[in-house]
Write a protein that binds this ligand. Sequence first.
Ligand code: ADP
Ligand code: MG
Length: 231
Amino acid sequence: MNHSTQNAASRAGSAPAGLEVRDVRVVYPGTPPVVAVEGATLSVAPGETVALLGPSGCGKSSLLGAIVGIVPVAAGAILWDGSDVTAVPVHRRGFGLVFQDGQLFPHRSLARNVAFGLEMAGIAREERRARVEELLDLVGLEGYGARAVTELSGGQRQRVALARSLAPRPRLLALDEPLSSLDADLRARLAVDVRDILAAAGTAAIVVTHDPAEAEVMASRVLRMADGRLL
Ligand code: ADP
Ligand code: MG
């Protein structure tokens, strides 16, 4: 969304399209409780990639978890296209998540890893097969479908993780330090690839990182975070 359409939307009093996070607070129980996120407000337009940048422990994963629905929200709201999804369970939000270490299924082939979300969604075999091929192509692993994930390099694993998350066509993809388990050389190259893959998929994305250079490469907009707050 460009600035003029965004302004038009707010003039009309309608909520912006895409993700809207309003004044979100995340608190972990304990004595004393830990306030991990306070007053977080942000938006991500459809198709846009936003980076969440900040040092370790500042609350990035907690905020990302709250957005996708794996971390409870103590206050505030998460909206998509103006409808409140704060109480919608994680598997019904239509959001995908990529973790630092990929968390691939070790006993499934590469293709069956990518197919996982499609199987869960009850997509028919032929359609699954076509979508898996499309995704392997997108992440540069065409022809690798039959491989065991244990035969893959770290970079290839993260590509598979990305393909698996994109396969069910999430409306938003959340990536939590997707490159931080890789060595520096590979990280720099894969950051460019991740940006291109997200652009080709057209999915809105929030990518968490503690590396400013990586944030600049992967996202069109960088949001900084410190001590549980967006700056
Ligand atoms: P980041 O991803 O930026 O490193 P986190 O969101 O993981 O930050 O953590 C933010 C704060 O919340 C830290 O102080 C961390 O110790 C705390 N925290 C994270 N997860 C939990 C949890 N499950 N229980 C209690 N405290 C937590
Ligand atoms: Mg984290």
